[in-house]
Design a protein around this ligand. Structure first.
Ligand code: SF4
Length: 283
């Protein structure tokens, strides 16, 4: 993968971010890929060698890996970081998924997520529910009974003072969030529908939906003067202004209606996506 280092981050950080320890095992498709919008999953496969990423954008992913590594040490009560496989081909594919932690006493699968307070305040995301239920299906198939699912949210932007002022603000930087456990029939139906969507996207790329593109009614984009691409997007205008003041360079804030937040700032394949690039020209 080609990298940029637009913010001149120090070499040890660059090396740590670029270190790729991900191993999907010997499978045809992973749970992580199946819960992505099919268009993103297929574009990632097609353009894997050409996707350019800035080191700064990979920073939190690297931090997440470090936290996983620390948490798996000396955890003798549970099974940690275990990749499980489907026992047979499903619609022609072997499916695999990695479990962060399985507690055999309580029959609970836990998944660590390094995320934001905003995510935590909006309940379990549909993709987390889908991911954990597919992992539960694989776990059962491998002889591990499952009664509970949980995400452990590690809030990278938690502020103790905000917690004292704001109602519903998470009281701690680490919270446990239970996730709905599907019946086996529903989980199987869900897996089959994701496999079908993935396989048909290989033949013909479907468009991403408004939901998959994270289209928001109003966002505040921070831009370089004369620039079109946002340096960052904020839901809150005051946060955007605060960011420009601390940035150490000249930046402006622009209010945007109907912005596709994922396409603009978080989709790793936006450079290869004609749905997004076509829309940008129209805009
Ligand atoms: S750029 Fe937007 S439309 Fe294109 S694949 Fe990414 S999320 Fe989907």
């Amino acid at each position: 993968m080609p990298w940029t280092n637009n913010y001149n981050l120090p070499e040890p950080i660059v090396r740590a971010v670029q270190r790729d320890t991900y191993n999907p095992g010997i499978s045809d498709v992973t749970v992580t890929r199946l819960i992505l919008p099919p268009r993103i999953a297929i574009l990632q496969e097609r353009f894997r060698a050409k996707i350019v990423e800035d080191v700064a954008d990979g920073f939190f992913r690297m931090l997440g890996k470090c936290v996983h590594k620390l948490l798996e040490e000396k955890d003798s009560e549970a099974v940690v970081e275990k990749r499980l496989y489907s026992s047979e081909r499903l619609q022609g594919l072997i499916v695999s998924g990695q479990i962060d932690r399985y507690d055999p006493k309580t029959r609970t699968i836990q998944d660590y997520k390094l995320t934001t307070v905003y995510s935590a305040m909006n309940g379990a995301k549909a993709e987390w529910v889908g991911q954990l239920n597919l992992l539960a299906l694989l776990a059962r198939e491998n002889g591990w009974p499952v009664d509970n699912l949980e995400v452990i949210l590690l809030l990278r932007d938690h502020s103790k003072t905000q917690g004292e002022r704001q109602p519903n603000y998470p009281p701690s930087p680490v919270i446990r969030m239970p996730v709905e456990l599907f019946s086996e029939e529903r989980a199987e139906w869900f897996l089959n529908s994701r496999l079908q969507a993935y396989l048909s996207a290989r033949m013909k790329l479907p468009p991403c939906s408004l939901e998959e593109r994270w289209v928001r009614s109003n966002v505040f984009a921070v831009l370089k003067p004369g620039g079109k691409r946002a340096v960052r997007l904020f839901e809150d205008e005051a946060e955007a202004v605060k960011f420009t003041k601390g940035a150490g360079e000249s930046l402006i804030v622009q209010k945007r209606g109907g912005a596709a937040v994922r396409c603009e700032s978080y989709c790793p394949v936006n450079q290869f996506c004609d749905q997004w690039n076509g829309r940008q020209e129209q805009d």
